[in-house]
Ligand binder design. Structure first.
Ligand SMILES: [Zn+2]
Length: 328
């Protein structure tokens, strides 16, 4: 389908019926608000982030690592890269890394994100109901999160200096990274994952809100990672001391000259599908990554296949010909 298919013939503007049928209400409104040209020019590629419509790899890269809305230049983009590279070396399950990365990209289906897309959707936190559920609220400010961090002996809940003026979850994560040691970072990542898991049980299975369950789940996962147990999901090797090297984390890097693509997908009924893709070179360095959120209702296997497709398609665009794909 091309843009022309959404227009009435003879340059008479958008075909409202088709646009409204194909897009979410908020997206349809945005499209219908774009003024169309009466001159019927031919369709052509136009890169919307550039004033002249010119595509540049640099801008696309900044965009893919999550700087889409940032006005900052390369320094901001370097910051993101710094974060992804560290994230990738943490000793946790691949799916936790991908989850965490979605969190940092603002791609998690938190209620405030959904309410921005779906009209009349309530956004109050499932745990405390007293605040809107943003990522920052859910993982940092909510009473449940505070309880979890303090029972894990982490100070993430304390509203000290590091919290002042911090408005984005990525900044919070970056602070944690700079402040904590490697074990703390692991705990935070597993903690966020367990909070999200529990939140979904409460939201979709009607489970009771039990913060102590979250904390014990975190301890279980951490000890499983420690012993390289069955649930390690790709972390077959035991931890090799505190100063493990990259590539030693049980996660094999790609063979020489190849790029490794790790993909994961998340499906939430009524909320859509998100896919995450991360590319690493043969040294394990993150080259780039992306997340895509779709308002689709897919079976998890279809969503996983879509994640593989997204990864391969982007690899092709970027000119990677020798790739290895890994998914659950
Ligand atoms: Zn809350």
């Amino acid at each position: 389908m091309t843009v022309a298919d959404l227009l009435k013939p003879q340059g008479r503007g958008w075909d409202k019926e088709i646009v409204e049928c194909m897009f979410l209400p908020s997206e349809a409104t945005r499209i219908l608000n774009i003024r169309t040209s009466p001159n019927l020019p031919r369709d052509e590629w136009y890169w919307s982030l550039d004033r002249d419509g010119e595509y540049t790899v640099k801008m696309a890269d900044a965009c893919l690592v999550g700087d889409l809305n940032d006005t900052g230049g390369p320094s901001n983009w370097e910051r993101r890269r710094w974060l992804w590279n560290r994230l990738w070396k943490v000793w946790v399950w691949p799916r936790i890394k991908l989850f965490f990365w979605q969190l940092c990209s603002g791609a998690l289906a938190t209620l405030d994100n959904i309410a921005a897309r779906v009209r009349d959707e309530s956004s109050s936190c499932y745990f405390c109901t007293s605040s809107s559920e943003s990522s920052l609220h859910l993982f940092r400010d909510c009473s449940v999160a505070k309880w979890v961090w303090s029972s894990l002996n982490l100070d993430g809940a304390e509203e000290g200096d590091m919290m002042d003026g911090v408005g984005e979850v990525r900044d919070w994560v970056e602070e944690i990274w700079r402040a904590g040691d490697a074990r703390d970072v692991e705990k935070y990542m597993v903690g966020c994952w367990a909070i999200w898991e529990h939140r979904n049980k409460v939201a979709f299975d009607g489970a009771m809100i039990e913060p102590d369950r979250i904390a014990s789940r975190v301890r279980d996962i951490l000890s499983e990672l420690e012993t390289g147990g069955e649930g390690g999901q790709g972390c077959q090797n035991k931890r090799k001391g505190k100063t493990e090297e990259r590539g030693n984390d049980g996660w094999k890097t790609a063979m020489n000259g190849y790029v490794k693509i790790n993909v994961d997908a998340g499906v939430k009924e009524g909320e859509g599908v998100s896919t995450g893709v991360v590319y690493r070179d043969e040294r394990g360095e993150v080259l780039w990554g992306m997340t895509i959120v779709r308002s689709a209702e897919w079976d998890p296997r279809v969503a996983e296949a879509a994640a593989v497709y997204d990864g391969l398609q982007e690899a092709q665009i970027r000119g990677h010909r020798d790739v290895v794909v890994e998914s659950d």
